[in-house]
Each structure stands twice: as structure tokens, then as C-alpha cells.
Design a protein around this ligand. Structure first.
Ligand SMILES: [Zn+2]
Ligand SMILES: [Zn+2]
Length: 233
């Protein structure tokens, strides 16, 4: 797994499918998403590689329940003691109480999904010991205050996180960057495309400078304009 420094306090963790982000506040670390099944040990290695201990990671905030984001959360929480947080509408799926609803695929998404699925490990994620539920507008204690933005559409309980003091936005899969040319596009494999479009518009309006996606290269400046461009795609 590759670990890339985006900002002095922000690292990108690249998994075979999807990516996660590590935010540093002094001694305390926050993980945004946790990769697919099997990522728990890789994340712990990445944290040690930065000269820190996995126990320094206080929380894992999940942008949504999909396996390429939540699959490693239980493994990492079990070894580090980190608190796992998710929106209340996705939390039952993260806890493994219920199977999450599959996306309503567009015809053109099917071959892409088949290709992505080939790279995802088989099996069922280890559920986290507990999941703390978050709601729209809640402010989490990292990055100078991280506002939870409920952005339904990709899943019902999808959230983004906006750090106003830093101008940094974590979009989850509501927005992505094209693997081909980096174009910022609305997310794929959604439950409700119309809801998703509204959510992308909402994220374009938060005033982000940096945007970190669930898939694809982050935008490191002028993110709002790029997000506005995505609303037209
Ligand atoms: Zn997803
Ligand atoms: Zn994803």
C-alpha cells in the first residue's frame, strides 16, 4: 500500500481499491475511511511508518458503509482501540446487523463494477466493537472542527467532512476523480442518482480549497470550482 503526503498534516493511503486519509492533530490522529477487508494491518503499518503508534488514532470516520471504505474498520479498531463513527443510516450495515442495499447500477456501470469487484477480497468484514452514530451538522473533534455534511445518494447514510479552518473536504464516494484524466465527476454505483446530484451541488457550496475523494487523485487547490464543474457532468 502506498502512503502519500498531501499536506504536512494529511496523508493519503492508497489501497488496491479505494483510498483512506490520515489527519494529524499534534499527538492525535484521525482516519477517514479504512479500506477493504484486510486493510487493518496495512493501516497500522502505515501509521508506524509515519513514526506513530496505531493507538494514536483516536477515531475512524466512515464516509459510508461500502466494503472498500468500511471493510478494514473493524480490524483496525480491534487492534488500535479507535472509535468508529458513521452516519446513523449506514451504521447498521457497518455493524453487520443488516446487509446494505446494492447500488442501482446504470447499464454502463456494470462492466466497471465487475472489474472493481475482481480486486476486492472475498468474505465478510469484521464488525467494529461499536459504531458511534453521527448526523448532519455535527462537528467532530479533529482538524479544528470537522463538520459532518449528510450527502445521501451514493448511499442513504453517506457523509462528507468539511474542515473550515483548513479548507479541506473529504467527499467519500459522492464525488470522484477520473482515473483516466483526473476530471472531477459525480460518484458512480449510487442508490439514487438524483439525490446524488443535489449532494454534489451542496459540496460545491461549502467553500473547499482541497477535496479528497474516495477514488481518484485529490484536488489540492480551487476545489469548489472543480466541484461546480462536476455538477454539470
Ligand atoms: Zn461507495
Ligand atoms: Zn468506494
Amino acid at each position: 500500500m502506498d502512503v502519500i503526503e498531501l499536506l504536512p498534516r494529511l496523508h493519503l493511503l492508497l489501497f488496491p481499491v479505494g483510498q483512506a486519509y490520515l489527519w494529524q492533530d499534534g499527538e492525535e490522529l484521525t482516519l477517514v475511511d479504512a479500506g477493504p477487508i484486510g486493510s487493518g494491518a496495512l493501516i497500522a503499518d502505515a501509521v508506524r511508518g509515519l513514526g506513530r503508534s496505531p493507538q494514536d488514532v483516536r477515531r475512524v470516520v466512515l464516509t459510508h458503509f461500502h466494503e472498500d471504505h468500511a471493510g478494514g474498520a473493524g480490524e483496525f479498531a480491534a487492534s488500535s482501540g479507535a472509535e468508529v463513527l458513521a452516519h446513523r443510516l449506514d451504521a447498521p450495515f457497518v455493524r453487520g446487523e443488516l446487509a446494505g442495499p446494492p447500488p442501482r447500477f446504470e447499464e454502463w456501470e456494470l462492466p466497471i463494477h465487475a472489474e472493481v469487484s475482481r480486486h476486492l477480497p472475498e468474505g465478510t468484514p469484521l464488525p467494529p466493537p461499536s459504531v458511534t452514530e453521527v448526523t448532519d451538522g455535527e462537528v467532530l473533534g479533529f482538524g479544528g472542527g470537522a463538520t459532518v455534511v449528510h450527502v445521501p445518494g451514493h448511499t442513504d447514510g453517506s457523509i462528507a467532512l468539511f474542515l473550515p479552518a483548513e479548507g479541506v473536504l473529504f467527499t467519500g464516494d459522492t464525488v470522484a476523480a477520473s482515473p483516466v484524466d483526473g476530471t472531477v465527476i459525480p460518484g458512480v454505483f449510487n442508490l439514487d442518482r438524483h439525490q446524488l446530484s443535489d449532494s454534489v451541488r451542496r459540496l460545491a457550496d461549502v467553500g473547499a480549497d482541497v477535496a479528497c475523494f474516495g477514488h481518484g487523485a485529490p484536488v489540492m487547490r480551487g476545489a469548489s470550482a472543480e466541484l461546480r464543474g462536476a455538477t454539470a457532468r
